[in-house]
Design a protein around this ligand. Structure first.
Ligand SMILES: NC(=O)c1ccc[n+]([C@@H]2O[C@H](COP(=O)([O-])OP(=O)(O)OC[C@H]3O[C@@H](n4cnc5c(N)ncnc54)[C@H](OP(=O)(O)O)[C@@H]3O)[C@@H](O)[C@H]2O)c1
Length: 257
């Protein structure tokens, strides 16, 4: 991005959200844009969906969207490095005082009997939920410090519970949770680090049949909306005395008996 277009966004805080093309990530990207943020919408495959977020903003606001789509397969070392480099060298990051938010949202989620989980699947869960947040935060540290940024890890409400067929997923999300809590100490005082733990928001395709029975256990009696999660993210980004916190966005599910 060069020249005139960049000048449009000079006063804006800058966020990167991984896996931001669809679902909760898309709702978050839109909410941030509508609240004065410039958003790097990272995607792997969901380019068309991310373009739709941008065109919706432009139709609703009759102005250029404060966003740019960045594509990378986070399971590829070279692609992750290139993503980091693109952000570090980006004009808007240099001009606007660094990176103000980094949201580790990209995720994989599938159910499989423990006996048959492959090493490859286990490593992919650990890669996307632990290694990538570790390396991406590390690679963007200078920019996050410059922006007095906030890092957010998207975890879930599985901690301490036995979720059938999900050990590879829940163990890696527990790792992300602990990584974020550790970094809240390591990176203070320049960078704040928090987590958002959604409950039953949007079913994965494979769990749509079970979803109604999950929602029955939610005290508020309904599934959450992607925007409910996005609002918690925005709240953490804007609450400059909050670090090391986890917000459960789950309609009370995590405290139900
Ligand atoms: N949905 C829920 O009810 C729920 C409940 C608890 C926790 N959460 C957490 O909240 C966050 C958002 O949930 P969600 O359901 O909206 O997420 P999701 O649809 O499962 O995944 C978000 C994005 O992750 C990206 N991704 C996956 N593998 C990738 C890779 N190798 N490289 C780059 N990107 C990759 C995909 O991007 P592309 O589409 O571009 O390929 C995908 O759209 C996740 O961290 C999830 O664990 C959600």
């Amino acid at each position: 991005m060069r020249g005139g277009r960049l000048e449009l966004f000079m006063a804006q805080r800058v966020a990167l959200i991984t896996g931001g093309g669809k679902r909760i990530g898309a709702a978050t990207a839109s909410l941030l844009m509508n609240n004065g943020w410039f958003v790097f919408i990272h995607v792997r495959n969901s380019v068309a969906e991310a373009e739709e977020i941008i065109s919706q903003f432009e139709q609703q606001n009759s102005s250029k969207a404060p966003a740019e789509i960045l594509r990378a397969d986070l399971n590829n070392d070279g692609a992750l490095e290139a993503l980091i480099q693109t952000i570090c060298e980006h004009d808007i990051v240099k001009t606007n005082g660094g990176l103000h938010a980094l949201i580790h949202n990209a995720s994989i989620y599938s159910s499989e009997d423990y006996e048959s989980v492959s090493l490859e699947n286990l490593r992919l869960n650990n890669r996307i939920h632990i290694e990538v947040p570790f390396l991406l935060t590390q690679g963007l540290l200078t920019q996050l410090k410059a922006g007095q940024g906030c890092v957010i890890g998207m975890i879930d409400t599985s901690l301490g519970r036995a979720w059938k067929g999900l050990s590879q997923y829940t163990a890696s999300k527990a790792g992300l949770r602990q990584l974020m809590m550790n970094l809240a100490g390591d990176l203070a005082p320049e960078i704040r680090v928090n987590c958002v733990a959604p409950g039953a928001i949007l079913a994965a395709e494979w769990e749509s049949e079970n979803f109604a029975s999950i929602v029955e256990k939610v005290p508020l009696g309904r599934a959450g909306e992607p925007n409910d999660v996005a609002k918690a993210i925005l709240f953490l980004l804007e609450s400059t005395y909050l670090s090391g916190q986890i917000i459960n966005v789950d309609g009370g599910w995590s405290v139900s008996p």
